[in-house]
Design a protein around this ligand. Structure first.
Ligand SMILES: [Zn+2]
Ligand SMILES: [Zn+2]
Length: 155
């Protein structure tokens, strides 16, 4: 197990050397912070190398703010194609299943996020974090930190 952990930190170091504009820092989960120009990663093994490349891809592509969920899914796709490009350079295999599973999870998350906490119908997105139900008078806010779990706050 020591060997695989070492390989993962080697990969982090390689990425850090190759992309000096980005910072790589230990965090509680895989995420990209555009504000801090930092890729966060938990202590991990090579099994999670695809996630690391994916978050690095967000950084390399300069993904920052978004307004609507539709754009969000587009950015996710872009980051995965970039991650696949990187994977060849770093000799990592990213299977189609990995990408499809990730995008499915993302779609589920988007769906849950847009579901009315009162009646369960899919709402319309009024602004980046504000949703309104089309059936009942409920509005709600959804967080954008998908790694922290979904939160819907009734308004
Ligand atoms: Zn992503
Ligand atoms: Zn409703």
């Amino acid at each position: 197990m020591v060997a695989t952990t070492t390989a993962f930190s080697d990969l982090v170091n390689q990425l850090q050397n190759n992309f000096v504009d980005l910072k790589f820092a230990l965090g509680s989960d895989f995420s990209w912070s555009a504000d801090q120009k930092t890729v966060y990663y938990p202590r991990s093994t090579m099994q999670h190398a695809p996630q690391l490349l994916h978050e690095a891809a967000h950084g390399i592509l300069g993904h920052s703010t978004y307004s609507r969920d539709l754009d969000l899914l587009k950015l996710e796709r872009e980051a995965w194609s970039k991650a696949i490009e990187l994977s060849k350079q770093y000799n990592i295999v990213i299977s189609e299943d990995t990408v499809e599973d990730a995008l499915d999870t993302y779609r589920d998350w988007l769906h849950a996020r847009s579901s009315c906490p009162n009646c369960g119908k899919t709402g319309v997105q009024a602004s980046a974090k504000l949703y309104k139900c089309v059936i009942c008078p409920q509005s709600w806010r959804a967080n954008d930190a998908r790694t922290c779990g979904l939160k819907r706050t009734k308004l």
